[in-house]
Ligand binder design. Sequence first.
Ligand code: GDP
Ligand code: CA
Length: 308
Amino acid sequence: MITALAGGVGAARMLRGMIEVVPPTDITAIVNTGDDTVLHGLHISPDLDTVVYTLADAINLDTGWGLAGETWRVMESLGRLGGVTWFNLGDQDLATHCYRTQRLYEGATLGMVTGELARAWGVEVDVVPVTDDPLRTRLQLVDGPEVGFQEYFVKMRHDVAVSGVRFEGAEQARPGPGVLEAIVRAETIVVCPSNPVVSIGPLLAVPGVLEQLQNRRERIIGVSPIIAGAALKGPADRLLREMGFESSVVGVARWYASWMGTLVIDESDAPSAADVEAEGVRCVVVPTIMSSVARSAALSRTVLDAVG
Ligand code: GDP
Ligand code: CA
């Protein structure tokens, strides 16, 4: 059994390759819910949806989020009404949020609903929210108030300085059913190339998760989301710096060193391998840009072989 720790796009790409090399029913993906938000009265779980849509080959490959062949008529109508339109929700995608919201209203847990959505899409990976309880990433702006994750990420296009990040609700949150077991029992735990601060950070903030990971250090292998000093997309590089870490594979190694035994870095970062190992983290150097399913599958094979 393989357990993956996952954010959105980077993790989804990794998992899409992984199901080419191991049976999907052998994989549990523990997914970030700190990005979740409520808009138009609907519960939206962007990272869960990105993982499910990507595994179903239904994702919009140009953006990495949302459904392929999407239309936007509801958003156009909302705009005419003066409604909230800064967060784009496609017409078909809205069905997911309607379904999730209705099921939560009926008393289903987020984990149950995620399982139902995954089954409806034919996804055989066990996609599990890290917690069924409310967990909300909040960012303190240097020149402004504290804002919710989507306000920072989408509305402000993450183009603002941040002085702190916290995960509201984390202390009271319980790990979702099966989450700790998946960490305890996995042969290998893969930390996908996700934002270390705001995608993997929320998972670690749920009580019990970090403690269990620390017990599995030798079986944990991560893929660096930072390549040649920068994120491929998004604010991972900037947030690492703002949290006092270098925006480099060495910074990533330092961020994870207390519980990660091995870090996979991109071939372009080969000169930094010794510095990664100086952080006490074993280093593997391979191409890590997942520009196709085949490349992602090759990366998954390397990752799984590296820990035996
Ligand atoms: P989200 O999609 O906004 O939830 O963001 P993620 O948590 O998935 O993190 C995005 C991170 O994934 C960025 O730092 C990217 O650099 C990284 N990423 C995306 N695609 C790839 C890839 O093909 N290879 C590697 N190594 N990292 C990637
Ligand atoms: Ca995300």
